[in-house]
Design a protein around this ligand. Structure first.
Ligand code: 1CP
Length: 341
């Protein structure tokens, strides 16, 4: 397992082929996922080890990707400590009592491993079935979690979040401080249970200017990476629209940094700096084009990554729900064949 192409690429060691996995590979693009989930709420599914195991394995069986990602959601640890929230179909996470004051912080207590015992159980089952394929654990980064908690749900402009960051910096820091503890504890549970790598999703942090990221967010994400460093498993950092932040995302401490499609990978690698593996970055919308066009665009990604010491092929963000699953299977094979050494 430590010799798998994915883990070797994380460590920038030679690989037999460029490893591939897809953000959101488990989930709505797969008919077998939809069939299994019918009648079960998202959060209910996340708490059932048998379902989580099956959904996590589905894309590995179907696409022959080089890593599995644990099926869950970034709000699962918040639900586990008692935050009143739900995942609404077609919307995303919705929080009953948004956090806007110091008193509201009381909703956030530290996460204990016993709060998510179903995660430990599911990861045991998954790793037993995966064999030599690594499992990636994940969590939401403090800023992206804070955005859902402050806004009360998905947000285009993150206006309440930014209003707090600029207007009540102490409250904002106190919130991210609590979230960094919860996130670190959640990653710790997953690594102890058998996850071979972890990804911190700071999906919406691209909304910030670099100076604001450095001052208000980086210290909290850095604490998360530091807290799990002693396990020695690769740590991946990713956010959407982070072209101007790649150097800072790298500075926060990850071993692998993901980039979206807006920055070519050779330029992304330059911004990320030496000694890190780069992950990405095909535009997920490209998968709606004919196969020849998908392969042409994927080849561009591979060419841009050709001189880099470590590359993990991925999309620049999650698989879109209406993606043809066969396009993902073909893309995986294309990358494997084109990079076979
Ligand atoms: O009922 C359903 O099927 C709900 C759809 C769904 C699914 C399948 C949601 C709601 N979450 C998930 C699973 C999920 N969430 C995974 C699965 C593992 C995999 O990658 O295969 C992962 C990694 C996440 C993480 C997640 N949730 C992120 C970070 C990754 C990213 O895409 O940027 C974010 C931002 C969320 C919030 C969220 N949860 C669900 C939705 C629709 C959203 C986004 C809402 C928004 O636009 O703000």
């Amino acid at each position: 397992m430590t010799d798998s192409p994915f883990l070797r690429a994380c460590r920038r060691e030679p690989v037999p082929h460029t490893p591939v996995w897809f953000m959101r590979q488990a989930g709505r693009s797969l008919p077998e996922y939809r069939a299994l989930r019918a009648g079960t709420g998202m959060l209910e599914a996340c708490a059932r080890p048998d379902m989580v195991t099956e959904i996590t394995l589905q894309p590995v069986r179907r696409h022959h990707v080089d890593a599995a990602i644990y099926f869950s959601d970034i709000v699962v640890p918040l639900k586990a400590i008692g935050v009143d929230l739900d995942i609404k179909p077609g919307v995303g996470p919705v929080v009953a009592h948004p956090i806007r004051s110091h008193a509201d912080l009381e909703q956030l207590r530290p996460l204990e491993p016993g709060d998510v015992s179903y995660v430990t159980e599911a990861i045991g089952m998954i790793t037993a079935e995966l064999g030599a394929t690594p499992l990636i654990g994940f969590a939401g980064a403090p800023f992206t979690l804070a955005s859902y908690l402050i806004e009360g749900g998905p947000s285009r402009n993150h206006e309440h979040t930014k209003a707090m960051m600029y207007g009540e910096p102490q409250l904002f820091h106190a919130l991210l401080e609590r979230l960094s503890g919860i996130t670190a504890a959640f990653l710790d549970v997953q690594i102890r249970a058998g996850a071979s790598a972890v990804q911190l999703f700071d999906s919406w942090v691209g909304a910030l200017a670099p100076a604001d990221y450095r001052r208000s967010v980086l210290p909290h994400s850095a604490k998360v990476f530091e807290a799990v460093a002693h396990h020695g498993v690769p740590r991946i950092h990713f956010g959407v629209g982070t072209g101007e932040l790649l150097g800072l995302l790298s500075e926060a401490g990850a071993d692998v940094v993901g980039a979206d499609w807006r920055v070519p990978l050779d330029e992304a690698a330059r911004r990320i700096g030496g000694g890190k593996t780069v992950q990405g970055n095909l535009d997920p919308a490209v998968l709606f084009a004919p196969t020849a066009a998908v392969e042409e665009q994927a080849a561009k990604v591979l060419d841009a990554a050709a001189g880099l010491p470590g590359h993990i092929f991925n999309l620049g963000h999650g698989v879109l729900p209406d993606t043809d699953p066969d396009a993902l299977t073909r893309l995986t094979a294309f990358v494997h064949e084109r990079t076979a050494r």
